[in-house]
Design a protein around this ligand. Structure first.
Ligand code: KIV
Ligand code: NA
Length: 270
């Protein structure tokens, strides 16, 4: 299977609405990428890995080296999807030059197809700088988790007219700057409709209704790895229970000397 490309993803919205919504999931490891890859158009190595696999309290402590290590693993484990890697907090906001230095490391050291960064109009100059220099950029607007301290929490955005207008103008600004697409997170449905209709690049929603050009979820959320998930998550499995049950059976087998058995033991051939 030939790998999809960023221009192929962008073309899916050429001249209007995306016919079939784009499918994106997060992946952090090679084996997880391998399993999810055939079903997706894009795999996102999200900085959500901070909470999901490192037990950090937010995405803020995630480092460029962490993103590069996991990005490279996901590229190695996938063959079909466009792999995008999140730029972590502190690695790109200071200037377009800082962003290029960080993003070019991500591109060179992981082999991914592009990067994602948080921010709207304030990041337009940086988005233009990177995209004009060969680095495809997906923007991330609406609820931007790296700004949790400024936003005051992870609640849905766009409840006031002011916020609504700000998010719509952010969408236009990042598209204008050359972003090949954008994630729109945690917003009122009305905003998703306006944003999706106002830009000619794909809008990938998370907690942003069915009006977007595609959807993304954190894989562990939709797999049921966590007891508590945001309202916008649909759970397709309960792997926390599956893993817990397997561990319980293994523990019981070891304690009762039911494992290992004949089948798992090395003996000299007779
Ligand atoms: O880090 C992440 O997983 C993300 C997606 C939820 C969009 O940015
Ligand atoms: Na992210």
């Amino acid at each position: 299977m030939k790998r999809l490309t960023v221009p192929a993803i962008q073309r899916r919205k050429a001249g209007g609405r995306t016919e079939q919504p784009l499918v994106m999931l997060t992946a952090y490891t090679a084996r997880q990428a391998q399993i999810l890859d055939p079903h997706c158009d894009m795999l996102l190595v999200g900085d959500s890995l901070g909470q999901v696999i490192y037990g950090l309290p937010s995405t803020l402590p995630v480092t460029l080296d962490m993103m590069i290590a996991h990005g490279a693993a996901v590229v190695r484990g996938s063959y079909h999807s466009v792999v995008l890697v999140d730029m972590p907090f502190g690695s790109y906001e200071a200037s377009p030059q800082q962003a290029f230095a960080s993003a070019s490391r991500v591109m060179a050291e992981t082999g991914c197809a592009g990067v994602k960064l948080e921010g709207g109009a304030a990041m337009a100059e940086t988005i233009a700088f990177l995209s004009q220099r060969g680095i495809p950029v997906m923007a991330h607007i609406g609820l931007t988790p790296q700004a949790v301290n400024a936003l005051g929490g992870y609640g849905a955005r766009g409840k006031s007219r002011e916020e609504h207008d700000k998010i719509v103008s952010d969408a236009r600004a990042v598209a204008q700057a050359g972003a090949f697409g954008m994630v729109l997170e945690g917003v009122m449905e009305e905003i998703a409709v306006t944003v999706t209709d106002s830009v000619d690049v794909p809008v990938i929603g998370i907690g942003a209704s069915a009006h977007c050009d595609g959807q993304v979820l954190v894989a562990e959320d939709m797999l049921g790895m966590f007891e508590r998930v945001p309202r916008f998550v649909k759970r397709y499995e309960n792997i926390a229970e599956t893993i817990g049950n397997a561990a319980a059976q293994y523990a019981a087998d070891v304690r009762n000397r039911h494992f290992p058995t004949e089948d798992q033991v090395y003996r000299p051939k007779k």
